[in-house]
Design a protein around this ligand. Sequence first.
Ligand code: GRF
Length: 213
Amino acid sequence: MIRLAILLSGRGSNFQAIHDAIAAGRLDATIVCVISNVPEAPGLARARELGLSSHSIDQRAYSTRPAHEEEVLRVLAEAQPDFICLAGYMRLLTPAFVAAYPSRILNIHPSLLPAFPGVNAQAQAVEYGAKVSGCTVHFVDQNLDAGPILVQRTVEVRDDDTAESLAARILEQEHIAYVDVLRKLSRGDYRIEGRRVLFGLTVNGARGENGLP
Ligand code: GRF
């Protein structure tokens, strides 16, 4: 059983997908807190409806990024998460925040990183003329959309796609990808070698279920 903190700023469909997987017994985890920097985020309202520990920490009430983060970190320290899931959290984390939870903060991004980092990744893919895009779940490091990759899922870019139609199909894959990653992390059967996250390895390095060397 892993303890998850969710940070979100908006709709919260990835949060909902994680919650649904737990409720259905498909993911051995518990959501210990949901934090939003945007008080009116629909995802935060949903967390409240679900009776989860929900925290509105309005970034506009703090004069600096570190001051805002201090409050977020205080809530996190109380909640004691194993992993912090950024799920549409539209605020950059300071290096100090990232350093407080090394290899324990996850993000989901709607492209196949390192292609199309930053905002409007789906529109970037359509405008660039990419034939394939998708989503990436990665560990968060000091750089934007750049940490070690945990999982990627591909989505074909169709000739008649708009940013919106592509985003809708990528979102379906995001929900699968995030739950998949968390299921893997809950088994604890992974290790990080530089940029590479390797799954299915036993602790002593013997061959695991994925047959990785
Ligand atoms: C998703 O597209 C995610 O990849 C990006 O922000 C969006 C959040 O959607 N980081 P939701 O709030 O989880 O519905």
